[in-house]
Design a protein around this ligand. Structure first.
Ligand code: FMN
Length: 411
């Protein structure tokens, strides 16, 4: 697999950190094509940048030699992804408005590749309504962000605005490149969920007992994966936060693999805001309070006693978010008794907008099987779907959720 990024270095104090970013990426086998803005060159020199990258640093839109060798359009497509670090308030504004009046902004407008921005600016610049608007617009356009982090800034003020550390940015880049998470949103089909972001959890969680043993459940992930495919087919950008399963990675879906419930919550939170969040994972209610750091050995003291601690309730935590709550939050209720009554209770207690209840009693074959019978419980009532395949159920549920979305309020 080719591993090349185009790194745009904007004009901010944090530009010095981009030198370390280049070094880390090169060490990990990622080729870096550097591009400096004119302001970026006030902070780091093209010489240092190209010496570290081992490649020419591009900086001029109207360079006759560059245009004849590798034009700006080709430059915008030659890498697997574009990383902007530091992303200045100015670069974010230009990209949000679709301006193209220098090499960096032209490349950002001409690219068909995923873009990751690592903003760095004064806290007031970051919190300014104009930057808030630009940030929201860029998220809507499919641009990914890492940071900014909160902390003391070069200007002496404190708050969000510090660029993420080079190690963190490098890890995110590698994760995106290697886990197949980078995706061209323009390749998604047109549909009722075009331009929408849908976050779905799937599969079981594994709660460690020691480095080799864990507590798990029988969830196959089939329903969550079918939902991801259905949402993708309806045009959505889909993030699938998946516990350990044996399902093939669906094309055009970004899969974030996780193991434990706490890890799943963390990854889901990091993907907020979203238009729709669906919690189809069979999250373990309990974990071992203190997992052993070494393999527990058979010994003279008899069988070990495992003390359990309650896991966070991911559905309730997201449904009750004060800020960045998805417009629609849906959960699954796998019950073996009092199906509808329990689903109604769950809907109210967790603050969800829809609960898809299914009977998983032994003999129904729902856990691990291909078919299911869903009952969609909302504040307006209960809709009983007939027995059908999990794929068909996923399509029906996605159509129902898409219809519940308030018009025009995109994240
Ligand atoms: C000393 C100094 C530090 C700056 N730091 C930042 C910064 O961290 N973030 C930012 O958005 N702008 C910063 N600026 C302002 C940008 O350099 C300015 O908006 C410039 O036009 C950005 O150009 P560019 O987006 O093409 O790189 C700084 C300016 C100066 C003089």
């Amino acid at each position: 697999m080719s591993r090349r990024i185009l790194l745009i270095i904007g004009g901010g104090i944090a530009a010095y950190k981009s030198l370390e970013l280049i070094r880390l990426l090169k060490k990990r086998g990622v080729a870096v094509t550097p591009l400096l803005t004119k302001a970026g060159e006030e902070f780091v020199t093209p010489m240092s940048v190209s010496a570290l990258a081992g490649e020419k640093a591009h900086d001029d839109l109207f360079s006759l030699t560059d245009e004849t060798q590798m034009g700006h359009i080709e430059l915008s497509r030659a890498a697997d992804m574009i990383v902007v670090a530091p992303a200045t308030a100015d670069l974010m504004a230009k990209a949000a408005c679709g301006m193209a009046n220098d090499l960096a902004s032209t490349v950002l407008l001409a690219t068909d590749k995923p873009v990751l921005m690592a903003p760095a600016m004064n806290v007031r610049m970051w919190n300014h309504p104009a930057t808030r608007r630009n940030h929201a617009r860029l998220l809507e356009d499919g641009v990914r962000f890492i940071g900014p982090e909160e902390g003391e800034m070069a200007c002496g003020e404190y708050g969000p605005g510090r660029m993420a550390e080079p190690e963190t940015i490098a890890a995110e880049i590698l994760d995106l490149l290697e886990a197949g998470r980078i995706m061209d949103v323009s390749a998604l089909p047109e549909g009722p969920l075009s331009g929408r972001k849908v976050v779905i959890t799937a599969g079981p969680t594994h709660e460690p007992i020691d480095p080799v043993r864990y507590i798990a459940n029988r969830s196959s992930g089939k329903q969550g994966y079918a939902l991801a495919e259905a949402a993708r087919d309806m045009g959505a950008r889909v993030i699938l936060v998946s516990g350990p399963v044996n399902q093939p990675i669906p094309e055009g879906v970004e899969v974030i693999p996780v193991e434990s419930a706490r890890e799943m919550l963390e990854k889901v939170k990091a993907e907020m805001p979203a238009d729709i969040a669906i919690f189809a994972a069979a999250v373990a209610d309990w974990r071992v309070k203190t997992a052993a750091s070494e393999k527990i050995k058979k010994g003279g003291k008899g069988a070990p006693v495992l003390e359990l601690a309650q896991n966070p309730d991911i559905l309730a935590k997201i449904a009750k978010m004060k800020k960045d709550r998805p417009a629609i939050v849906a959960g699954f209720a796998a019950e073996t008794e009092n199906l509808i009554a329990n689903a109604k209770k769950k809907l109210a207690a967790k603050g969800a907008d829809l609960i898809a209840a299914n009977d998983v009693s032994p003999g129904t074959g729902v856990f691990g099987g291909d078919d299911t019978t869903l009952h969609l419980v909302t504040r307006d009532g209960v809709e009983d779907l007939p027995p059908m395949s999990k794929r068909e159920a996923a399509r029906a549920l996605m159509e129902r959720l898409a219809a519940m979305l308030p018009a025009g309020e995109w994240v």
